[in-house]
Design a protein around this ligand. Structure first.
Ligand code: HMG
Ligand code: MG
Length: 303
């Protein structure tokens, strides 16, 4: 391989949020809490734990406040939540123990409308006071961008469009920009072209990748991203998830698959594969299905 891979990677677990937000059946709050605690116990240092969004839009996340009030927090682990506007920020402030939030924009106008009911420009304007308030509170703000490769409504998205949104989120104070292949259509060459465009505006150590695995390309895309110096990878235990506003999008890349890849490359994460897979079996059992992931299934067959 031509470029040196990072020595360490930070895995950002998004299963309890990105995964569970898409479940049709109600997932009991106690199950979500147990999942979050198990994920933190596996050595993950970031476990995204919910969203302060409209419960009419995303009913699954309506118990975020309750979850934050009850979870046993492990020192050294952060439990970020999504915040789309000042109303969400007020809810986050009223909740227990928030120290990091994420705002979420899109690189496609149509997706922005469907997901958060406003244009890209309006979304950035809505995030501005959220970021300012967060700065006063000394909370960290992460910025997501959806549809960085393709949009379910518009098709291919220009890398320059992604870079332009990334630059705005960075200027607003986001410490990291997570690039979301929301519908999982990306392949390594397109992922690299997109990352290079973003890296012209955003330092590489502030870039994270967030691949959905709809077409089974996520692990390949992650390797291609690591080759470009990206060292933060979002994933979802047991491959949970999808996006309610992106028809046909399946789950995020499974955390077990990502960790198996990173272990194989000798890249440090601090995460224990057996404990992570056990958390995956726990939530899959609670949802009444097998884990989506190749690695998780292989380990389950062995367990
Ligand atoms: P809106 O309807 O345009 O907002 O929704 P509004 O300001 O006009 O308010 C309408 C109603 O919503 C009012 O209530 C507000 O109080 C309420 P009503 O008077 O009708 O009873 N409201 C809220 N309630 C709770 N919390 C709030 C909030 N804001 C307004 N924060 C809004 C705009 C953004 C709220 C809405 O579109 C929404 O909640 N969308 C959900 C978006 C979402 O959660 N999507 C999934 C996460 S993003 C994702 O998965 C992608 C990612 O994984 C990366 C990738 O893969 O691409 C991150
Ligand atoms: Mg996502």
């Amino acid at each position: 391989m031509s470029m040196t891979l990072p020595r360490k990677v930070r895995m950002v677990e998004v299963g309890p949020r990105d995964g569970l937000q898409n479940e049709k059946a109600v997932v009991p709050t106690a199950v979500k809490i147990a999942l979050i605690e198990r994920l933190a116990d596996s050595g993950l240092t970031v476990v995204e734990s919910g969203s302060f969004v409209s419960p009419k839009w995303v009913p699954q996340m309506a118990d975020t406040e309750e979850i934050l009030a009850v979870i046993r927090r492990k020192p050294g682990v952060v439990y970020p939540v999504l915040v789309p506007n000042m109303k969400g920020m007020e809810a986050a402030e009223a909740a227990t123990g928030v120290e990091e939030i994420a705002v979420f924009a899109a690189a496609s106008e149509s997706f922005s409308r469907r997901n958060i009911n406003c244009s890209i420009e309006e979304s950035v304007a809505r995030f501005q006071p959220v970021a300012e308030r967060a700065e006063k509170l000394r909370w960290r703000v992460r910025g997501y961008i959806s549809c960085v490769i393709d949009c379910p409504y518009e098709g291919a998205i220009a890398p320059a469009a992604v870079a332009s949104v990334a630059e705005k989120l960075l200027a607003m104070g986001c410490y990291e920009i997570s690039l979301g292949d929301t519908i999982g259509t990306g392949t390594p060459a397109r992922a690299q072209a997109m990352i290079e465009a973003v890296a012209a505006k955003v330092p590489r150590d502030r870039i994270a990748v967030h691949y959905h695995d709809t077409y089974g390309q996520a692990v390949a895309n992650i390797l291609a991203s690591l080759e470009l110096g990206v060292a933060v990878v979002d994933s979802s235990v047991a491959g949970l998830g999808g996006c309610p506003y992106a028809k046909g999008a399946t789950g995020n890349v499974a955390s077990e698959d990502v960790l198996y890849l990173l272990n194989g490359l000798g890249i440090e994460t601090g995460v224990d594969l057996d404990k992570l897979a056990s958390a995956g079996r726990f939530i899959s059992g609670a949802l009444g299905r097998a884990p989506a992931a190749g690695v998780a299934q292989a380990l389950a067959a062995r367990a």
